[in-house]
Design a protein. Structure first.
Length: 267
């Protein structure tokens, strides 16, 4: 049996533009892994089976897609150990799928090349390709065109999943988006802020999430975060803190609002 970690992510910024010819929105987004992780395990089996998370669809699809591309049967048993909250905007399902792609590809007699694996990842979801390679990235296009970023990493995150928070489908959230005007100017401001980011507190200058917002971001700021926002389509929020004691104090204080996790940026 082989195993791999599937880290969560936060969108440190998400600028949304007009609808493309393919029906999806143009975006510019800053993607950062965090060390809150699921674990994916894979071993040979007589037929494909997924254990540990009854709601899974993406890991199954990932394994089926690798097998189809390689011209083999998907004869694996996968096990998912969930720690990332489900449907929170933290990319847990996408990360699980990417980990499954990598593990299955490594198990092939003739592994698929990088470009083919990226194609399979993009077919599963816009966030999946991000998890194939290390490091923070700038996502463009639909979010699958990725460029490495040299971002400061010396901060601590507090993740907050609001009590009773339920995520709509990402497609439904995007379908409601009506503020695409000025996308190029907002994207330019994002790029300027990234270019000027030298220390963690410079990340406070990134533009806010265009797609989703929450009044609970103000609660995170009041608790000491130097930046707070919704991740992706939500409902989870993140706050960036200077140090671990500050993040832990805020986690204790804000536990009244929902589930909290203290985490670090991960490469």
């Amino acid at each position: 049996m082989t195993s791999g970690s599937a880290p969560a992510k936060v969108n440190l910024a998400l600028v949304v533009g007009p609808t493309r010819p393919d029906g999806l929105h143009e975006v510019a987004t800053v993607l950062q892994r965090v060390d809150l992780c699921d674990t994916i395990s894979l071993e040979p089996a007589g037929a494909l089976s997924i254990e540990g998370f009854a709601e899974d669809t993406l890991v199954r699809r990932a394994l089926e897609s690798v097998a189809a591309a390689a011209g083999v049967e998907p004869r694996w048993r996968a096990r998912i150990e969930k720690r990332i909250p489900v449907a929170g905007g933290l990319g847990g399902g996408s990360s699980d799928a990417a980990a499954a792609l990598v593990l299955a590809n490594e198990a092939l007699g003739e592994p698929l090349d990088h470009d083919r694996l990226h194609e399979l990842a993009a077919s599963l979801g816009a966030d999946v390709p991000f998890f194939l390679e290390p490091g923070p990235k700038l996502g463009a296009g639909t979010g699958t065109a990725l460029e490495p970023l040299d971002l400061p990493q010396g901060y601590v995150l507090l993740l907050l999943l609001p009590e009773g928070g339920r995520k709509e489908s990402t497609g439904a959230v995007y379908a409601r988006f009506r503020d695409a005007d000025g996308f190029e100017e907002r994207r330019r401001r994002l790029l300027d802020a990234l270019g000027a980011a030298r220390v963690p507190r410079d990340l406070a200058n990134l533009p806010p999430n265009d797609l989703a917002s929450s009044p609970l971001a103000d609660e995170l700021l009041a608790a000491g975060a130097f930046r707070a926002d919704v991740s992706g389509a939500g409902p989870a929020l993140y706050g960036l803190f200077d140090d671990l004691p500050g993040a832990e104090r805020a986690a204790s204080e804000l536990a009244r609002l929902g589930r909290t996790w203290v985490a670090n940026p991960a490469w």
